[in-house]
Design a protein around this ligand. Structure first.
Ligand code: NDP
Ligand code: 8X3
Length: 254
């Protein structure tokens, strides 16, 4: 039975790879992001390959009015799965050297943006006493690491929000899963280093990180369990990574 999957951050990385795997499996999509050209290209591509409905929604999740009006514009608000993937790290520096602008971006996107989208979608799921919210946390939300500070704090918040959602939505039969990936090669590091592709590449040198498709396959998996089962919290890394700080790099000085 096809479901409707609402994916934030669908223009890149985990969100885009999730759109692809759910489309391949015949599910209808609502895909969101700020880059309209990418949303349109992905919509055209997936529609040409699969017999599914796709609604692209272009908005900035930091803008609550934009979030509310985008979701209210949907003709069909029957959302089965919400994947909160939109997020970012901005900067990597010691907390005493941090930039307010970077901190604001991470807090506004990873915490407030996730909350804005969820606030509109939760009542829709409560109405039908069914739904599945998947929040993309991080290993950074399980252990802090040097220079990770506010990014880690934003992902610790996702951890707490996911636990709270699970408790408060329990009586409504809504599943809440937090997926906490370790390092995966997406546009994440390029965004973190403010567009410096060379610096971004170094984050993945000397070991094999996960791919966006690896994480998307886990996201798909957690939605494919029987109705009475819910994976609450899932940490996934490549074989080369133990946690936030231990990565088995071949080139040890990196
Ligand atoms: P990408 O940079 O590849 O994708 C991030 C997505 O988030 C893009 O589609 C981007 O869309 C969207 N986004 C960012 N800011 C906003 C905004 N203000 N409004 C709307 N959409 C926004 O990164 P990943 O796919 O790797 O990251 C996805 C999630 O996974 C993030 O929450 C990240 O923190 C988390 N994560 C990533 C890991 C990694 O190693 N890659 C590991 C653990 C967690 P657009 O720019 O078009 O708006
Ligand atoms: C992204 C993974 O290790 O850069 O959440 O924090 S890490």
């Amino acid at each position: 039975m096809p479901k409707t999957i609402f994916i934030t951050g669908a223009t890149s990385g985990f969100g885009k790879a999730s759109a692809e795997i759910f489309a391949k499996n015949g599910h209808n999509l609502i895909i969101a992001g700020r880059r309209k050209d990418r949303l349109e290209a992905l919509t055209d591509e997936l529609k040409s390959q699969h017999n599914i409905n796709i609604v692209p929604l272009c908005f900035d999740i930091r803008d609550n009015n934009a979030v509310v009006s985008a979701i209210n514009s949907l003709q069909n608000k029957n959302i089965d799965v919400l994947i909160n993937s939109a997020g970012l790290a901005s900067g990597l520096s010691k907390i005493q050297d941090g930039q307010l602008d970077d901190w604001g971006k991470m807090i506004d996107t990873n915490i407030k943006g996730l909350l804005y989208v969820s606030k509109v979608v939760m009542p829709l799921m409560i109405n039908k006493k069914k739904g599945h919210i998947i929040n993309i946390g991080s290993t950074a939300g399980k252990e802090t690491y040097e220079k990770g500070n506010i990014y880690c704090a934003s992902k610790y918040a996702v951890d707490a929000i996911s636990k709270s959602m699970r408790i408060d939505l329990l009586e409504h039969g809504i599943k809440v899963t937090q997926i906490c990936p370790g390092a995966a090669e997406t546009e994440f590091s390029e965004v973190r280093f403010h567009g410096d592709a060379e610096k971004a590449k170094k984050a993945y040198l000397g070991y094999e990180p996960m791919s966006a498709e690896d994480v998307a396959s886990i996201i798909y998996y957690v939605t494919s369990l029987p109705e009475n089962l819910c994976i609450n919290d899932l940490v996934v890394t490549s074989l080369a990574q133990a946690n936030s700080f231990y990565i088995n790099r071949k080139n040890k000085e990196l």
